[in-house]
Design a protein around this ligand. Structure first.
Ligand code: C2O
Ligand code: CU
Length: 470
């Protein structure tokens, strides 16, 4: 391509649709395909409460969160990705059920994308919903530096709303100078406890942003917890909040008591808010702290305009996604996954790189967590099943910390226990210390898939395994 053509290409790509004439042979099969180029690079952002302070962060397309990518359910999307960081990276699509070779896991589904290099992501999401994308290499550092964004897969038949807003909640560990606290990366004390927790709360990469709404509007609010490790208890004040989806998967709409909900790292919730406030009034989304609540964001009604005075009369129930369900899990293939290690975990040792090691040696390797006695990604899969097998996994938390366990490539539901009747499909579940959560899914997506704790320091510290669907 000449320089001129290349520029035109870039302009056409950023406009969203690339015509086949400019695209690779891979894309030529489809005449028109959504294209969302992503570039990872270092940049600055104003994330603290002081508008004068610019913090050095890592970004997609010069912003953090990265651009919200919107695609339609069942339609292919093309994401040419370029790495302009000085570290290798990858992009993982968290939540959509897509082909394995696009999952972005270095060493398992693709090689890392070296600095200056590119990788072409292309996939079709079977499900509609609120998903996200993020780095999956040195995630404990790269995610904390801001490498994440929202992926919205729109329903074929969407519900009626006036505004569709994202609310990406993060906590950053910032030092006195307003810089990302570099020193704390890799801090083994954090890794063995709750992970690296931040001291600055942001929504959509900003301090207490204001969402402009109008009196009577119906808002779809997609809330995501992208923090490395913090469990976020949140609440929407002043208006009725109805949950309609969890981790992207539709649920029977449920009004939240006191507007409260909790998101573990990587979890999402879709809410419907009817803004039945007078013009000019405002209300807040709060982080519920131990001692006091913090304002996360404000919803502010236009001073004069009124959209309506009674709630919109239209269903807020989302159409179901085509999830494979066996309905009867009693004949499923069963597995146990015991989660060990961490501070006060009394772990004696574990296998690491194919060798049993005592805890002292593991600490030297920064491997302080284990799944079924193995720290870090094992060479052999946790299990290997034929495509279409119903699988039940007992997630047994045998240590002193809560863990947000995430399964790649599949959504699961919880079975057993008192919650079974109310269980929902999700991709990340919080397992409290000493508790066992039984999850079930049909392993119908061929390939190699991770199961790991999404408290990223725990993942880095060894709490990761994988399974294979053949
Ligand atoms: Cu959010 Cu292994 O991913
Ligand atoms: Cu964990």
């Amino acid at each position: 391509m000449t320089m001129m053509n290349r520029r035109k290409f870039l302009i056409a790509s950023s406009a969203g649709v690339v015509s086949a004439a400019f695209s690779s042979p891979l894309l030529a099969a489809t005449s028109r395909i959504q294209s969302h180029p992503l570039v990872a690079s270092a940049g600055v952002a104003n994330i603290t409460s002081d508008p004068e302070i610019e913090t050095g962060v890592w970004q997609y397309n010069g912003v953090t969160p990265g651009p919200t990518i919107r695609v339609k359910q069942g339609e292919p999307v093309s994401i040419p990705f370029e790495n302009r960081l000085d570290q290798p990276t990858t992009v993982h699509w968290h939540g959509p059920r897509i082909a394995n070779n696009m999952d972005g896991v270095p060493g398992l589904t693709q090689p890392v994308v070296e600095p200056g290099k590119t990788f072409h992501y292309q996939f079709t999401s079977r499900d509609a919903g609120t998903f996200w994308y993020h780095t999956h290499n040195r995630t404990w550092e790269q995610l904390a530096r801001g490498l994440y964004g929202v992926l919205i897969v729109e329903e074929r038949a969407p519900i009626r709303i006036d505004q569709d807003l994202v609310c990406v909640v993060d906590d950053w560990l910032i030092d006195d100078q307003g810089k990302i606290d570099d020193e704390s990366f890799g801090n083994l004390h954090d890794w063995a406890h709750s992970g690296r927790l931040g001291n600055v709360l942001t929504v959509n990469g900003a301090h207490q942003p204001v969402f402009q709404v109008r009196s009577g509007e119906r808002i779809r609010l997609r809330v995501l917890n992208v923090a490395n490790a913090r469990i976020m208890p949140l609440r929407v004040k002043g208006v009725k909040a109805t949950a309609i989806a969890i981790d992207g998967q539709p649920i029977t709409p449920e009004v939240l008591t006191k507007g409260e909900f909790t998101l573990a790292p990587a979890q999402r919730i879709d809410l419907v808010l009817d803004m039945l406030l007078a013009p000019g009034q405002q209300t807040e989304i709060e982080f519920i702290g131990r001692r006091k609540n913090l304002i996360a964001a404000t919803l502010k009604c236009h001073p004069t305009e009124v959209r309506r005075t009674r709630p919109l009369e239209a269903s807020i129930e989302l159409p179901q996604n085509p999830l494979p369900s066996s309905g009867d899990w009693s004949r499923a293939t069963r597995f146990q996954l015991s989660m060990e290690g961490g501070a006060m975990g009394r772990m004696q040792g574990a296998e690491y790189n194919g060798q049993w090691m005592g805890i002292r040696d593991l600490i030297k390797e920064k491997k302080i967590w284990a799944l079924n006695g193995i720290a870090g990604l094992p060479e052999k899969p946790f299990f290997s099943v034929r495509r279409g097998t119903s699988v039940v996994v007992d997630l047994e938390n045998q240590n002193a910390w809560p863990h947000a366990m995430h399964v790649h490539g599949h959504h699961f539901r919880e079975i057993g226990g008192s919650k079974e009747g109310k269980s929902v499909w999700r991709d990340t579940v919080l397992v409290e210390p000493g508790k066992t959560r039984r999850i079930a899914f049909v392993a119908d997506n061929p390939g190699k898939w991770l199961i790991h704790c999404h408290m990223i320091e725990h993942h880095a510290g060894g709490m990761v395994t994988w399974f294979e669907v053949i």
